[in-house]
Design a protein around this ligand. Structure first.
Ligand code: ADP
Length: 193
């Protein structure tokens, strides 16, 4: 199963990915997680990405395409993967197509979680409160200002990715405003039909 999950920040991609990982025994490839790990480890990529991510802007396509190009060749991704947070620009989507062609692979589904934009800021705030309550580290970009930039990046650079896949007849939309279990059920439905 090779799957792309699309949706704005706070749409629930991470929550749904975790469930799909358990169900299909395939890894979740989150460019956000990989970049945060690079920032933490202070690798050259991490040093380049940190300031951009903290602002809520997108890191250069070449950086994330390079990361994903290597990651999908790793052994644990041989039977499939869930792409979460990638592709985020049309150029990334085109680069992914090239990567897949080169590896002789195809996508089984592209699923977009549609969410009312007004709900997203509240979801982010809730995530911050929950993180603080369990003593975790709040993400540097989970603040209202960076979140606004993330939403703008989504609108201008990532929304066209949905059109890109819709144009190829590959896009399936799921209501991300429904309760978590209902969203999982709708994804399941989209994957089997
Ligand atoms: P979100 O919850 O906003 O979807 P992510 O964890 O997916 O956040 O990503 C956090 C940040 O990492 C983004 O705001 C961006 O700076 C960077 N990032 C992650 N994936 C990509 C990508 N595919 N292209 C460019 N930047 C990315």
């Amino acid at each position: 199963m090779r799957l792309v999950l699309l949706g704005p920040p706070g749409a629930g991609k991470g929550t749904q990915s975790a469930r799909l990982v358990a169900k299909y025994a395939i890894p979740q490839l989150s460019t956000g997680d990989m970049l945060r790990a690079a920032v933490e480890a202070r690798t050259p990529i991490g040093l380049e990405a940190k300031e951009i991510m903290d602002r809520g802007a997108l890191v250069p396509d070449s950086v994330v395409v390079g990361i994903i190009g290597q990651r999908i060749k790793e052994k644990d991704a041989a039977n499939g993967f869930i792409l979460d947070g990638f592709p985020r620009t049309v150029a990334q989507a085109e680069a992914l197509d090239d990567l897949l062609v080169r590896e002789g692979l195809t996508l089984d589904a592209v699923i977009e979680l549609s969410v009312d934009e007004n709900a997203l800021l509240d979801r982010m705030k809730k995530r911050v409160d929950e993180t603080i309550a369990r003593g975790g580290d709040v993400r540097a970009d989970d603040n209202p200002e960076a979140f606004k930039t993330r939403l703008e990046a989504y609108r201008s650079q990532t929304a066209p990715v949905s059109h890109y896949y819709a144009g190829k007849g590959e896009l399936k939309q799921v209501d991300g405003m429904a309760p978590v279990d209902a969203v999982s059920a709708a994804i399941e439905q989209a994957l089997t039909h």
